[in-house]
Every structure is written in C-alpha cells, then in structure tokens.
Design a protein around this ligand. Structure first.
Ligand SMILES: Nc1ncnc2c1ncn2[C@@H]1O[C@H](COP(=O)(O)OP(=O)(O)O)[C@@H](O)[C@H]1O
Ligand SMILES: [Mg+2]
Length: 314
C-alpha cells in the first residue's frame, strides 16, 4: 500500500527527512513514533500528496506521490496535525462540503456523510457549529472528513492529540474497527498509544528510521535489559569495578548529588546484580545510599536511542 524508497525532504537547507525507506502492507496499522521534530508530519504530508519530496520515491496505492498526486489524494484519507476546520460551519454541512470536494454527489454523498458521522460518533452534534465543539469532537470531525470517501489508506497525524483517555479509547476502537478494509498509518509521540493500536511501529528520530518492528518485539528487546541506579561515596576505580560485574552492559556516570556519586547500570535482566554490587561495596569500603532496579519502559528505549544519536553527532 505504501512503498517509500530513499525519501528525503529538506526545508531551506535543513534536513527534516533523511533518506528513509519503508513499506506498509495492505490492512496493516502502522504507527509512526518519534519526538517532536522527528519528521513524522513531513513524511505524512509527502505521502498524502500535499508536498513534494526533495529526492527519493514514494508509491501510495499504486501511484507515485510526486507525478500522480491527484490520484494519491483520492486514495488517501489524510488528517493533518491540528486539522484546520471551518469553525463557522455546522458539522454535517462541513462534511457535505468536504465530501463534494472529494467528488461525492447526491445519494452517495448523503449516505457517506451519515456513515462517517456514525462511525466517528458525532451524529448527535451534526447541527452544532464546529467552532463551539470540544477538542475531542473536533478531532472526530476531522477523522470523519478523512474517511468520508472510503479511502483504502488513512494517514492520520496525531489523531489522539489533545484527547482525554476516554476519547483516546474511542478513537482506538474506531481505528481497529476500520482495520480489514483500511490500511492505516498514524503518528503519535505517545508510546503506549502505538503499543495498543498498531501492528507495527516505525521509530523516527532526526529524520531517520531508528527501529521498525512489532510493539511486542520492541518491548521484548527493551525488557532484555534492566536499569540499576546506585548512589555511593567511596573512591578507587568505581566505574571500572562496576563494569567488571557479570551482566553489566554499560555504566553511565550521572551528575553527583553533593558528595554522593550517582551511577546508572544497564544490566541484562536475567541477572539481579544488586547483591554483587553490595559485595563489591563492602570489599571496597563504599558507602551506599541508594540501590534499586527497574525494568525499562518503551520510553526508556526511546530516550536511550535519542541519546545515542546525540552522542554520535558530537
Ligand atoms: N514548513 C517548514 N519549514 C521549515 N522547517 C520545517 C517545516 N516543517 C517542519 N520543519 C522542520 O522539519 C523537522 C521535522 O518536522 P516535522 O515533520 O513537523 O516533525 P514531527 O511531525 O515529527 O514533529 C523539524 O526540525 C521542523 O522544525
Ligand atoms: Mg508532527
């Protein structure tokens, strides 16, 4: 459904998307995950046919986004970030207007407007002015707009942004209900969101793909390690001694808290090395104030990915 090869976008010399390649198969729900500025919106705008790439190629539903953007727009339901809605129009009136722009007429237009409003649970506000609706309702109007012409591919930029947990759940259920007939690419900066909604996650950072896998595999990768935090006073090759412990992959020296030295240890999670640390501490006459172990979350992985990327740049 989507085939992207070596796609790059520069804005005034600044690289927003940096030679990315990926595919999305029909029927998949794929989540674009990345911190602000990662290049998610830029990629989505290109794939929806609203902006040309600087270089590279992207095929969407069998059409080249650059040469054939009109057909691409017909096949794609695009919900932009902070979707601009006509605030002085009523909901149903607006969807009629949008449906017409997408080539719907007569009975078809009426049926699909009703259908889209039902799907997005906005039928009860159909006569209200968009400007007076809550953020949650506005998002759902934008979603109804994206799917009114029953496009095979939905590209949704932060569809749950600004929604409360109940509304997020509703959108999640809605997206799942669309699954067999639609392929969905959605972006979010919320990790738990992709974990619950998506078949596959593509992690973007600084315009590059940093990881691409099922949420389950990403989580498994993560949970292969745990984090141990340690605060101590003492001297003599502390990092070295910690690094020598079995299962320790990495020792991160943190900012000291007064006289207390702080360390984070990335450890293979089969090993609970707290006892080993205490043994070394006793032998080396270190004074320990804190020692605790935590299993990493997707968020930790993400922060670590970002940090290692920063490290490479310097
Ligand atoms: N219209 C634009 N002009 C110049 N720079 C832009 C423009 N849009 C985005 N950028 C820059 O491109 C990078 C990627 O932005 P964006 O695609 O919006 O990321 P995301 O959606 O992941 O937050 C950022 O550094 C952003 O500042
Ligand atoms: Mg964005």
């Amino acid at each position: 459904m989507i085939d992207v090869q070596d796609l790059t976008k520069q804005y005034a010399g600044r690289v927003a998307v940096d030679h990315i390649s990926f595919r999305v198969e029909p029927g998949e729900i794929v989540g674009f995950l990345g911190p602000n500025g990662a290049g998610k919106s830029t990629t989505m705008r290109i794939l929806s046919g609203f902006m040309p790439p600087t270089s590279g190629r992207a095929m969407v539903a069998g059409h080249d986004v650059f040469r054939d953007s009109l057909n691409v727009r017909r096949k794609v339901g695009y919900m932009p970030e902070n979707a601009p809605l006509y605030t002085d129009m009523k909901v149903k009136e607006y969807l009629h207007f949008r449906g017409e722009l997408k080539g719907l007429r007569g009975r078809d237009l009426r049926v699909r407007t009703g259908e889209a409003m039902d799907l997005c649970a906005i039928t009860d506000v159909r006569r209200r002015l968009i400007g007076n609706l809550s953020k949650g309702y506005k998002q759902r109007v934008a979603l109804a707009d994206a799917l009114i012409h029953r496009p095979p591919l939905l590209i949704l930029d932060e569809p749950t942004n600004g929604l409360d947990p109940t509304q997020i759940r509703h959108v999640r259920e809605l997206l799942r209900s669309l699954r067999p007939a639609h392929t969905i690419l959605l972006s979010t900066h919320i990790l738990s969101e992709v974990e619950l909604t998506c078949d596959r996650v593509i992690m973007l950072h600084h315009g590059r793909i940093r990881a691409s896998d099922t949420p389950r595999n990403l989580a498994r990768q993560l949970r292969a390690t745990s984090l141990v935090r340690l605060e101590l006073q003492g001297d003599g090759r502390i990092s070295e001694k910690l690094e020598a412990l079995p299962g320790v992959r990495k020792v991160i020296v943190e900012k000291p808290d007064g006289a207390w030295q702080c360390y984070s240890l990335r450890v293979e999670s089969q090993n609970d090395i707290r006892e080993a640390i205490l043994d070394v501490a006793t032998a080396s006459r270190w004074k320990i104030r804190e020692l605790h172990r935590q299993l990493p979350t997707l968020e930790d992985v993400f922060v670590e990915l970002a940090a290692s990327e920063e490290g490479k740049k310097r």
